[in-house]
Ligand binder design. Structure first.
Ligand SMILES: Cc1cc2nc3c(=O)[nH]c(=O)nc-3n(C[C@H](O)[C@H](O)[C@H](O)COP(=O)(O)OP(=O)(O)OC[C@H]3O[C@@H](n4cnc5c(N)ncnc54)[C@H](O)[C@@H]3O)c2cc1C
Length: 431
């Protein structure tokens, strides 16, 4: 196979990248190992799209494809410039600033299918990119495994949106050195719960007892929200430390996550009033991976860049989420220990160079594995920001293919200008 742009990974970043590159006229192939796009958003089932707006004021800071998606889902008005109040499917006002809550994950999957088809992206689900061929510091080909067997594909530009920087790592790119990793989480849902004001407190105490008795190695929260229905608990309290780029450890984490989810359910059913008639709806289909590898690209975005709001001429997206580092320990009450709570930064610039890999000339890396320190990535990793990074990578990759250039030869200011024409790009300082 031969294409202009090969996108590996169809999470929020890969979806943005594939759509943007195809809309710019490139011939695009998208490979995704799951049977749907959306990545962690749809594989874990989480309904929150964070990073769309400024945490402090609610001003929209990401438009472009992310906003288009939310508009097409009926979540945000087409001319919105401000997120005033977001209602969850149960009609409750959402307390999180900077976020939009999806009504249904499957609706997102179906919309993504339609948008990929409309844009003319050749999409292969159940397709795992598994090897790269590098020659003259360039990715000459990527091999992927699917039900067709092994296929070799050549692309002018490759976009690594695997979340784990698989393509970059296998091609010998420079990687960020941090080996610390946030825990994974298996999300799950429990139906037919009669919630009362005291339910969350009692559920937390029950988890604390299970943890003390050794039945639950880790947990946080109780991490229960009823976003989908008023009698349903959507639970994100599981916490599994591990290394998701080690196949055996990832398998162990899936098993542990499933077991812990079931232990939580049984504990609540036995000990917390309101859960007596509840039933386990389901978990997964994948455990959620927060952190693995990142590249050390042409520019490594740092926590100070965020906090100081360093302006970049080649800014291609705006970030706004707080530095959301989950610890590898049990934390009752919240995801973060009180003393580690972060004040969300004001909206900040993310430069094009943080998408440009070092070591190979035709690779861009978007989403949670782009070039950033641990602190910076804990903010840029959220869904909407990942999609904005993907969109910028897609526009740049199409430019590179058209101009027969390498990724680093593309001037980020040109990418920024083109994104602006398309209604996207950074909205860091606009009021
Ligand atoms: C448990 C959990 C809860 C979270 N909660 C929130 C939240 O409430 N709000 C929010 O905004 N963000 C949240 N996040 C963060 C956010 O979901 C992710 O960081 C974001 O979705 C990253 O998008 P991505 O496209 O970069 O990566 P991913 O979503 O990880 O997508 C990578 C895609 O690549 C595919 N892939 C991987 N390797 C290969 C390969 N070799 N070949 C082919 N395909 C491959 C994967 O199947 C996946 O679809 C959460 C994350 C986790 C783990």
């Amino acid at each position: 196979m031969k294409v202009d742009v090969l996108v590996c990974g169809g999470g929020c970043a890969g979806l943005g990248a594939a759509l943007a590159a195809a809309r710019e006229g490139a011939k695009v192939l998208l490979l995704e190992r799951a049977p749907f796009a959306g990545g962690i958003l749809t594989a874990v089932g989480l309904p929150f799209l964070d990073g769309i707006a400024c945490w402090h004021t609610g001003r929209l800071v990401v438009r472009g494809l992310a906003l288009e998606t939310l508009v097409r889902l009926g979540q945000v008005a087409p001319d919105a410039r401000q997120i005033e109040e977001i209602k969850t499917p149960t009609g409750r006002a959402l307390l999180r600033h900077g976020s939009v809550c999806l009504y249904n994950i499957d609706q997102f999957k179906i919309l993504a299918d339609g948008m990929l088809a409309e844009a003319g992206v050749k999409t292969l689900f159940h397709a795992f990119a598994c090897e790269t061929e590098v020659a003259n510091r360039r990715i000459a080909a990527v091999r992927f495994a699917s039900k067709d067997g092994l296929t070799r594909v050549e692309a002018h530009t490759v976009i690594d949106a695997t979340g784990d920087a698989d393509i970059a790592a296998w091609s010998g790119c420079t990687l960020e050195r941090s080996t610390e990793r946030m825990p994974m989480t298996m999300h799950f849902r429990i139906g037919n719960v009669r919630f009362k004001p005291e339910t969350h407190g009692l559920a937390r105490e029950a988890l604390e007892r299970a943890h003390a008795a050794g039945a639950l190695p880790y947990f946080y929260g109780p991490g229960i929200s009823s976003v989908f229905a008023s009698d349903e608990g959507y639970v994100h309290a599981v916490r599994v430390p591990g290394n998701a780029i080690d196949a055996a450890d990832l398998t162990r984490a899936e098993m542990q996550g499933r077991r812990d989810a079931w232990t939580m359910f049984e504990t609540w059913k036995k000990e917390v009033p309101g859960f007596e008639e509840s039933y386990f709806i389901g978990s997964g289909p994948f455990i959620g991976v927060r952190e693995t590898r990142r590249i050390a690209g042409a520019y490594v975005l740092t926590g100070n860049d965020l906090l100081e709001r360093r302006p970049f001429e080649d800014a291609i997206a705006t970030g706004s989420w707080y530095m959301d580092i989950h610890p590898n320990k049990a934390t009752a009450g919240s995801a973060h220990p009180k003393e580690e709570k972060q004040t969300p930064p004001q909206p900040y610039d993310i430069p094009y160079r943080s998408l440009v890999a070092r070591g190979v000339s035709n690779l861009l890396v978007a989403g949670r594995c782009h070039s950033a320190t641990r602190e910076a990535a804990s903010s840029t990793r959220v869904t909407v920001t990942a999609m904005a990074l993907g969109e910028a990578a897609g526009v740049a990759a199409a430019m590179a293919a058209r101009d027969a250039k390498g990724a680093a030869e593309i001037d980020g200011r040109r990418v920024r200008a083109r994104l602006r024409e398309l209604g996207g790009g950074p909205f860091t300082n606009e009021h």
